[in-house]
Design a protein around this ligand. Sequence first.
Ligand code: ADP
Ligand code: MG
Length: 265
Amino acid sequence: MSIDEAMVSARGVGVRIGAAALLSDVDIDVAPGEWLTVIGPNGAGKSTLLRVLAGLLPAAGEVRIGGTPVTALRRRDRARQIALVAQDPVVPAGMSVFDYALLGRTPYIPPLGVESAADLAAVRDVLARLDLTALTDRELSTLSGGERQRVFLARALAQGARLLLLDEPTSALDIGHQQDVLELVDELRTSGPADEPLTVVATMHDLSVAGEYADRILLLADGRRVALGTPDEVLTEELLATHYRARVRVVAGDHGPLVVPVRRR
Ligand code: ADP
Ligand code: MG
C-alpha cells in the first residue's frame, strides 16, 4: 500500500518526553475501511500512538490522514475526519447524555450558530443504536462506568468521521454490551459508502476479542513495533510469551485465534 492509498500512514513516528521514549520509529499503513487493533502490555505506547494519529500530540516522523499530514489539518477539518474516544475522557460537570453526544456535531455547527434538525436526529439515532435512549436526559456523572463508556462512543460516532480511533472502548463493558459496541462499529465500517469507508484503529486488552474483529493487529512493546500482521500471525504463544511475559494457549476459533491464559504452576 502506498502512502497515497492509505487512510492512515505513519512513518518513523517517535515521541520522547524528557529522557523517556514513549514511541520509537513506528511505521504503519492502514487501508481505507480496514480495522487495525493495537495491542501490547501496559505502558507499551498504545494510547500515545492513538493521540499522535489524532493529531493531538506532536511527534517526530510523519503522520498522514487520507494523504494529508495530520499537522496540516485545521481543527474543524480534523474533527470531521478523525474521531477519538480517549481511554479516560474528561467529563464536563453537570452535562446530560444528549448534550455530551451533541458535542460530536460541533464541527458541523457554524461558529455562533445552533445545531440543525439533522444534527439532533443524528445524535438521537446514535443514542438509539447504542441502547442509550432511556438515559438521554441523565447527567453523565450519574451513569455507571459502562454506560458512560457507551456515551463516549456515541459522541465519537455522532461526529461522522471516517477515521475512528478507539482507546480501549470496551474495557468497562459487560460481555453483552462489549459485543453490541464492537458489532455496531463493524457494521458501520462495512455498511458505509464504498468510496468513503469507515477505518478503525482500536486498542484492546482482550486478545481473543482483538483477533475476532481486527483485519490486522499491531503489537507494540516499549514503544516499538514488534509485530504487525493478521491475527494468526501476531497472536502466537511465542510472541505473547516474549512481550507480555504471559503463559497462554492459542486455539482456533470461528473468527480467528482465541487466546486462553494458562496458570503458570
Ligand atoms: P499504553 O496505552 O500502552 O498503556 P501509554 O501510551 O499510555 O501506554 O504510555 C506509554 C508510556 O509512556 C508509559 O510508560 C507511560 O508511563 C509513559 N508516559 C505517558 N505520559 C508520560 C509523560 N507525560 N511523561 C513521561 N512518561 C509518560
Ligand atoms: Mg493506554
